[in-house]
Design a protein around this ligand. Structure first.
Ligand code: XIL
Length: 369
């Protein structure tokens, strides 16, 4: 009886740990291999996942990004209507399984409803659009304050062509300071989250120069940026390793943490590059609809290993590496820039590990500290 009372006493005094917090991290998992050096993440469409997908998610990843549900269109379709249901459920699934969440994205030119920019059928004045932008950020980042590790505050604001900033309704309605204003609003709404500028292609060429200019410009305006997100939508045999490394060092030298926020390696040849979701390509070829030939699979594995070797070398500068999708069947690259069967991730359509996964796990073992 005494023993019984003692046990009950002990149980009541013990802090309440969730199953996720007490569960051991599987040794053959990505998060066991990399988690001490940077968070390792994936993007998911929602809570409606198959069992094999949930197993994969909870085993391998330490952090998750909602693929669409926090973008302006789905979360704030009308001025006086927020739709938090889908993302609240995703957050709860993440929390109860020990995963942190990254918010993607507060301000973006795509997947953004037109009501922000119109006033009685006419283009709205700067002050009105600015007010709406601030309210949007206060509404969304405020709703999730203390619950997200980071926010992609502004997504893809740099121009792909000759201009400094991309032509967008945010830019034409508010002016260049919309980016700084967005960061200031995000910090007010969430005092702790990492605040990220996120974009594709900023690791090289003119976009890299413009990204540095933007970071410096934001700092001059006292905008509280803390991180850069290099999306990482790369293409097989064209991964710019050297530029990626130099960009990580240069952005870090500006006082920022680096995240790779949307990693995938497109394996199906295509004409263009970049990740502007509004750029479509025509063409009908679907060379890998029956699977990826072993020789291409090997090149993919080698290039993933080379990338992760680079991330490990600079892990002191890195906050996170997130893959854009759980497995090949869930990748947006099956539909962008045209419909084709793609194989850009670490797991195949059956949620089974690919040679690329083994290659980076081996690397993590070899460089274990
Ligand atoms: C993509 C999603 O994966 C798709 O489901 C959606 O249809 C379009 O957007 N850069 C980004 C992401 O910042 O938000 C995009 O995600 C991929 C490119």
């Amino acid at each position: 009886m005494r023993l019984m009372n003692c046990l009950i006493g002990l149980m009541c005094a013990a802090p309440l740990l969730s199953a996720a917090e007490t569960a051991p991290v599987p040794v053959d998992s990505l998060k066991a291999a990399f988690g001490k050096r940077f968070a390792i993440g994936t993007a998911i469409p929602g809570t409606n996942l198959r069992d094999a997908e949930k197993t994969l998610l909870f085993k391998h990843f330490s952090t998750v990004t909602p693929e669409n549900s926090l973008k302006p269109q789905p979360v704030h379709p009308e001025e006086n209507r927020y739709e938090f249901g889908a993302c609240d459920a995703l957050m709860e699934m993440a929390r109860s399984n020990g995963l942190t969440v990254n918010g993607h994205t507060l301000i973006w030119h795509s997947q953004c409803p037109n009501w922000f920019f119109t006033d009685n059928g006419k283009p709205a004045e700067r002050e009105l659009v600015l007010k709406r932008m601030r309210e949007h950020i206060a509404g969304v980042a405020g709703h999730y304050a203390g619950k997200v590790a980071s926010w992609d505050v502004v997504n893809e604001a740099i121009d792909d062509g000759r201009e400094y900033l991309r032509k967008s309704k945010w830019l034409s309605s508010i002016g260049e300071d919309f980016i700084a204003e967005a960061f200031i609003s995000a910090r007010k709404a969430d005092p702790k989250a990492e605040l990220i500028y996120n974009d594709y292609g900023i690791e090289q060429g003119p976009k890299y120069e413009k990204a540095l200019r933007l970071i410096r410009d934001l700092k001059k305006r006292n905008a509280p940026i803390t991180g850069v997100g290099i999306q990482g939508h790369w293409i097989l045999d064209r991964v710019p390793f050297k530029s990626i490394e130099e960009a990580i060092m240069a952005f870090h030298a500006e006082g920022l943490k680096i995240s790779i926020t949307e990693l995938d390696i497109d394996v199906v040849p295509r004409k263009g590059f970049g990740a502007d979701i509004n750029t479509r390509e025509n063409g009908t070829g679907d060379p890998y609809s029956d699977g990826l030939p072993p020789e291409v699979q090997k090149r993919l594995a080698d290039q993933y290993a080379q990338l992760f070797a680079l991330f490990l070398n600079h892990s002191d500068k890195m906050s996170r590496v997130t893959l854009w999708g759980l497995h090949d069947g869930r990748s947006w690259l099956n539909g962008f820039p045209r419909r084709r069967t793609n194989h850009p991730l670490l797991f195949d359509r059956q949620s089974k590990p690919k040679p690329a996964l083994s290659a980076i796990m081996k690397l993590a073992q070899e460089t274990k500290d």
